[in-house]
Design a protein around this ligand. Structure first.
Ligand SMILES: [Zn+2]
Length: 253
């Protein structure tokens, strides 16, 4: 068996996780070595970043161009009133460093677009989409598909949430198979409202999928979408099929 070494403080910190037979020291080392990019440090990104940092993810990128506003504070749990007006990525980095100073963290104070995504996402294996608009979702989806990244994406509105997991290292459908184009009447939590706890549920689910992907835990039935509703606590798993008319069909394999 391959010898693994881990500092005693680290051992104690992650003890409860690494005594799990399915994880162990080798699993924890995989988490330490993982490279994860979070795009969007908002309602989804905040719980996601926290759980990735607390899980021991060793290399973390955070991209967001926004500044913190008072109306963010009910969901964006990394920030407090003292942070209003500051850049989300700067405050996020400070908090992550306090959680775990071993984390190699990089921040990108930019709005993701088709021009900058290659430079920003290149070094990461897993890309998490927590943005709030379809334009960014399509840019991120197309980039991840083309470059064979793992994309873990979440969307929330009012009481409803969706979680998408696409491992583009394998033959798999993409987000455009689910939604080919932006809807004409794009809505988001800015216009529609959202229940505070939904962001926490969705961001935590997203973090859980990231850790499962790092550890290469197999999802037996290969469902790639989880649809859930906060009011009736109903979770449904759906297997998305490739759309033969998808704009990206030649890349699906
Ligand atoms: Zn597709």
């Amino acid at each position: 068996m391959k010898k693994v070494s881990i500092k005693s403080e680290e051992y104690e910190k992650y003890y409860k996780q690494l005594i799990l037979k399915k994880i162990g020291l080798n699993g924890q080392k995989k988490i330490f070595k993982s490279k994860v990019l979070v795009i969007g440090a908002g309602g989804l990104g905040c719980p996601l970043i926290l759980y990735l940092a607390y899980s021991g993810v060793g290399n973390l990128g955070i991209a967001d161009h926004d500044k913190i506003e008072l109306s963010n504070l009910s969901r964006q749990i990394l920030y407090t009133k003292n942070d209003v007006g500051k850049n989300k990525v700067t405050v996020s980095r400070k908090i992550v460093k306090n959680i775990n100073k071993r984390i190699n963290i990089k921040i990108y104070k930019e709005r993701i677009d088709s021009k900058n995504i290659t430079r920003i996402a290149r070094d990461y294996e897993i890309i998490c989409d927590g943005t709030d608009n379809f334009k960014s979702r399509f840019v991120i989806n197309d980039y991840c598909l083309k470059n064979k990244k793992v994309l873990i994406s979440s969307a929330i509105n009012k009481f409803d949430g969706q979680l998408f997991t696409f491992d583009f290292r394998k033959k798999t459908p993409c987000f455009r198979c689910f939604m080919p184009n932006s809807p004409n009447d794009e809505t988001n939590c800015e216009t529609d409202g959202i229940i505070t706890t939904l962001a926490g549920i969705a961001g935590s689910l997203q973090a859980n999928e990231v850790i499962k992907s790092i550890l290469d835990f197999k999802n037996g039935k290969k469902e790639n979408i989880i649809v859930f509703n906060a009011l009736d606590s109903n979770f449904r798993k759906i297997k998305l099929l490739k759309d033969p008319k998808c704009k990206n069909r030649y890349l699906h394999g």
